[in-house]
Design a protein around this ligand. Structure first.
Ligand code: PGA
Ligand code: ZN
Length: 426
């Protein structure tokens, strides 16, 4: 039985306010959840409620969202018992009463939803991943580490947002993260040897000014080799160019390195060229959220060569994912809790995707916190891969650390997803 929910305004990794919620049960159990926040957001994401009061945090305060939890939600849920995550989250959805969670705010609702999942696991004395989904065996994910940042996540001249490495040829998560970190550190010395900056972007990847976007891939290839690994064999490359950010008047206009314009088909050509030339196994948002026709052509051309992940286009929304499945768009769904706003709906999105043989790629946001829920979520869903930033910065590393603990705890009851995650694309 819930005694109370208490919310407060805390800070995310960019120093912007976000919502933390704490739920207390009558048996004494308490737990917290914190919402993350994106920068390159999809148009159809659930609404993040911000105060807009310019005299505080440049309008980014979340006091209204916090007060909604402390008053309205607290009034509605305290003293009550819910028999499942579904029941709790449906209560939040009903209270909010809007289609896009704009009244209570998805930031408030997700913090509450996470706190409820966590407090349930505390009360039952089971790990969070088991609270989310019960299984005999769990799959440990490949950490797709975003080692070069560009786009909206960094102040450099690289247009594309994320250049990731996927260390898949490992016996365990623990070894996989070691391989990734070794490449990360090698990349640092390589960049500095070339006279480039080794300052990092929002997700902890390096953010140098490069001669071209492609140089980001080239230098990562060099780092993989120099660290003693075989590109493609041991470690592959994943990209999230986040192209919705470049979509203007029916074209993609690169906004940093050059002012060059690409049509959808020219961009598909570029991705095909790169996929043929480099060991790229995953391409997220290769085209933008409003370019469904382009997405269809991209899927027909590249869907058998790489995992094509829809982030902005699907927004973790089961209705939109269903439309994508019906239209044959992509073969994978990016899963971000705060895009849809509750744990239950997130699990519904995963289930729908997996039932239709779509992959699920579990993801953080560029504005993160110490909340490690996605580490448990990726294990719970057997999704096989996670992106949660680079090899540094604790709001990213906290998820890796949680995965190290989970792998140790599961012992023989887990297997490392490894190469099987990218089957068909390696
Ligand atoms: P965001 O970036 O959190 O800024 O939206 C992550 C992504 O685009 O995948
Ligand atoms: Zn993305």
């Amino acid at each position: 039985k819930i005694t109370a929910i208490k919310a407060r305004e805390v800070l995310d990794s960019r120093g912007n306010p976000t919502v933390e919620a704490e739920i207390q049960l009558a048996d004494g159990s308490t737990a917290r959840g914190i919402s993350p926040s994106g920068a390159s957001t999809g148009e159809k994401e659930a609404v993040e409620l911000r105060d807009g009061d310019k005299s505080r945090y440049q309008g980014k305060g979340v006091e209204i969202a916090v007060s909604g939890l402390n008053k309205e939600v607290n009034g509605a849920i305290s003293g009550r018992e819910f028999d499942s995550q579904e029941a709790f989250d449906k209560q939040l959805i009903e209270l909010d009463g809007t289609a896009n969670k704009s009244r209570l705010g998805a930031n408030a609702m997700l913090a509450a939803s996470i706190a409820y999942a966590r407090v349930s696991s505390v009360s039952k004395k089971i790990p969070l991943y088991r609270q989310l989904v019960q299984r005999d065996k769990y799959l440990m994910p490949v950490p797709c580490m975003n080692v070069i940042n560009g786009g909206r996540h960094a102040d450099n001249n690289v247009d594309f947002q994320e250049f990731m490495i996927a260390p898949h040829n490992a016996p365990s998560f623990k070894e996989s993260i070691r391989m990734g970190e070794e490449v990360f550190h090698t990349l640092k010395s390589l960049l500095s040897g070339k006279g480039y900056s080794t300052g990092v972007g929002d997700e902890g990847g390096f953010a140098p000014n490069l001669k071209s976007n492609e140089e980001a891939v080239e230098v990562i290839m060099e780092a993989i080799t120099k660290a003693g690994y075989k590109p493609g064999e041991d470690i592959s490359i994943c990209l999230d160019p986040a192209t919705s950010e470049m979509w203007k008047d029916g074209k993609y206009s690169l906004f940093k390195s050059t002012k060059q314009n690409y049509t959808s088909d020219q961009l598909i050509d570029l991705w095909e060229e790169w996929i043929n030339k480099y060991p790229i196994v995953l391409l997220e948002d290769g085209l933008g959220e409003n370019d469904w026709e382009g997405w269809k052509r991209m899927t027909d051309r590249l869907g058998s060569k790489a995992e094509l992940v829809g982030d902005d286009i699907f927004c973790t929304n089961p209705e939109i994912i269903q439309r994508g499945i019906d239209a044959g768009i992509g073969n994978s769904v990016l899963i971000k809790l705060n895009q849809i706003g509750t744990i239950w709906e997130t699990l519904q999105a995963v289930e729908l995707a997996q039932k239709n043989n779509y992959h699920c790629f579990i993801s953080h946001r560029s504005g993160e916190t110490e909340d490690t829920t996605i580490a448990d979520l990726v294990v719970a869903t057997n999704a096989g891969h996670i992106k949660t930033g680079s090899g540094c910065r604790s709001e990213r590393i906290s998820k890796f650390n949680q995965l190290l603990r989970i792998e140790e705890e599961l012992g023989a009851n887990s297997v490392f997803a490894g190469k099987s995650t990218f089957k068909g694309f390696l």
